[in-house]
Design a protein around this ligand. Structure first.
Ligand SMILES: Nc1ncnc2c1ncn2[C@@H]1O[C@H](COP(=O)(O)OP(=O)(O)O)[C@@H](O)[C@H]1O
Ligand SMILES: [Mg+2]
Length: 516
């Protein structure tokens, strides 16, 4: 199902450039980030203090028989726990809010951009893929840009803090802890590469699933009419199973990572316990105390945790970078049809249409129209008759400048339409497309689509003129009848009349009726 075609999309390299651009999304939230960072440092410090306080309790309280010191350590532990809880609660809340806000920003930006793109983009891009950009890809960004970024800094702070405290307590034991690091790094590197690949395949499969789903839902009536349920279910099941297979692989890898790294962590702890215990007993190094050893064991877990976190964050970063690349690819797609720098805006238009030796193909190498010349002066009605696929609808699209011809000129009132602003053109040229598309809302909403400020009288006048009045007579709610998505609930004829009314109400100088 289009797998190969999509592959190119998912195979883009992970440039630093993308990461930098992604960080740009955070620009409006610098203050929030700074505050979150402060909270992170406070909560990390509070959490780091605990094992050290345990050491004080054991060495200076219990071993030295000092009740005061013991009480101090216990109260300090309770206080640090409280600080930790409050600071990490505030930080999580803050970054989650920023994250949701960021999702809103990016989705709005993408949607706005989408609206600026030319038909040629929508011709080649599938609905499912576009929706994936605005939903799952955007969500993937959020995770890494907010929690991920602050979390990574927190991990680094904790790591540096722990190493400093451990070194201060016992450099020897600290070095012993480091023994496991290279092994962990190698293992992590292996998993990272494997899981990146697996994750990409999952995204690929999700995009395929979305595309298949979007198509089957839109075409459900045709599926049922031709009794294609079984075959389309088989088709759907194929993409569905492909998703299962890739998800299983991804899950296998991601669920192996943590236990795998746990093994090294446990070995590290055992090593420290064994050597440290011998040193406490006076075997080689007499200065080790029980308190230090206990604190060390407690620190080891906290030491490996940020390392594990950083590695998995790296993974999320990769995923987000891939999502970011697809988002930027959309944002970087330039519309083909744009206003020229000195485009002319016309207040009124006579409505003389002139196709001057126009050659055009959706694919420039395969012309659909060859050297076509048509004139339609103001007040004239010109009918184009031709076989299906001859290019009648294409001519309509060229007049409204949804595409530009490869050769020749389309003129409106003598102006090359490329010299006019798109707003002028679309204001004065209205078309009733071959497949009338209505939006959810009332019939009246749909009629007012092109001229929201029209009065109720204008609407009635147009409706009478085209017989829409009579056609809607049977509907209990008349103009207030709710039209569902894509106009379901109305007959095709009614839909087409509404579509004609919508075009007429916009009061265009040029009206194009495509098989209407
Ligand atoms: N969006 C499109 N992308 C690529 N080719 C298209 C597109 N729309 C139409 N075509 C092709 O252009 C030709 C003319 O189509 P069209 O103008 O719709 O014909 P008509 O309206 O006369 O039936 C057809 O061969 C069709 O395959
Ligand atoms: Mg047509």
């Amino acid at each position: 199902m289009g797998c190969l075609a999509y592959d190119a999309d998912y195979a883009i390299g992970h440039g630093h450039q993308t990461t930098v651009r992604l960080l740009g999304f955070l620009d409006p939230y610098k203050r929030h980030l700074a505050l979150a960072l402060v909270l992170v440092i406070v909560s990390s410090a509070a959490s780091l203090a605990q094992p050290y306080l345990v050491k004080i309790a054991i060495d200076e309280g219990v071993s030295a028989g000092d009740y005061g010191r013991l009480t101090f350590a216990a109260v300090a532990i309770a206080a640090s726990l409280l600080v930790f809880a409050v600071a990490s609660w505030a930080q999580t809340l803050l970054m989650s809010w920023v994250g949701q806000r960021l999702l809103l920003d990016v989705r709005t930006r993408l949607f706005t951009h989408l609206q600026s793109l030319s038909m040629e983009y929508f011709d080649r891009e599938s609905l499912g893929r576009i929706i994936s950009r605005l939903t799952s890809d955007v969500s993937a960004l959020n995770e890494v840009l907010t929690q991920g970024l602050v979390g990574a800094i927190a991990d680094l702070v904790v790591l540096i803090g722990i190493v400093a405290v451990m070194f201060q307590m016992s450099p020897r034991l600290t070095l012993l802890t480091f023994v496991m690091l290279p092994l962990m790094m190698v293992a992590a590197r292996f998993f990272t590469v494997a899981s990146r690949d697996a994750y990409r395949r999952v995204r690929l499969a999700i995009a395929d699933l979305n595309s298949a789903l979007a198509e089957d839902i839109v075409g459900m009536r045709v599926i049922q009419a031709f009794r294609r349920e079984d075959r389309n279910r088989a088709g759907f099941e194929a993409v569905n199973r492909a998703l299962l297979a890739s998800a299983r692989r991804s899950v296998l890898i991601s669920s192996t990572v943590m236990p795998g790294i746990d093994v090294f962590q446990a070995l590290g702890a055992a090593l420290v316990l064994w050597f440290g215990g011998r040193w406490v007993l006076g075997a080689d190094s007499p200065e080790m105390t029980v308190g230090v050893l206990t604190a060390f064991i407690l620190y080891i877990e906290r030491f490996f945790e940020p390392i594990r976190e950083l590695m998995s964050r790296y993974d999320t970063l990769q995923a987000a970078t891939a999502a970011g690349e697809r988002i930027f690819q959309l944002l970087d797609t330039r519309p083909r049809i744009v206003d020229r720098p000195n485009a002319i805006a016309l207040d009124s238009v006579r409505g003389d249409v002139y196709l001057d030796h126009v050659t055009f193909g959706y694919d420039p190498t395969e012309p659909v129209l060859r050297d076509v010349t048509i004139r339609a002066a103001r007040g004239q009605r010109v009918a184009l008759v031709g076989e299906t696929g001859a290019g009648k609808s294409t001519i309509a699209r060229l007049i409204a400048r949804f595409y530009d011809p490869q050769e020749g000129v389309v003129r409106l009132d003598g102006h090359d339409v490329r010299q006019l602003t798109i707003a002028t053109l679309r204001r004065h040229v209205a078309s009733v497309p071959q497949d009338p598309f209505l939006f959810s809302g009332t019939i009246e909403d749909n009629l007012l689509f092109g001229r929201p400020d029209a009065t109720a009288d204008d609407v009635r006048a147009v409706a009478r003129a085209i017989g829409l009045d009579a056609a809607l007579a049977g509907l209990p709610d008349g103009y207030s009848t709710q039209v569902e998505e894509r106009g379901s609930g109305l007959s095709v004829g009614q839909r087409q009349l509404v579509s004609i009314g919508r075009a007429l109400l916009a009061d265009p100088a040029v009206l194009i009726l495509d098989e209407a």
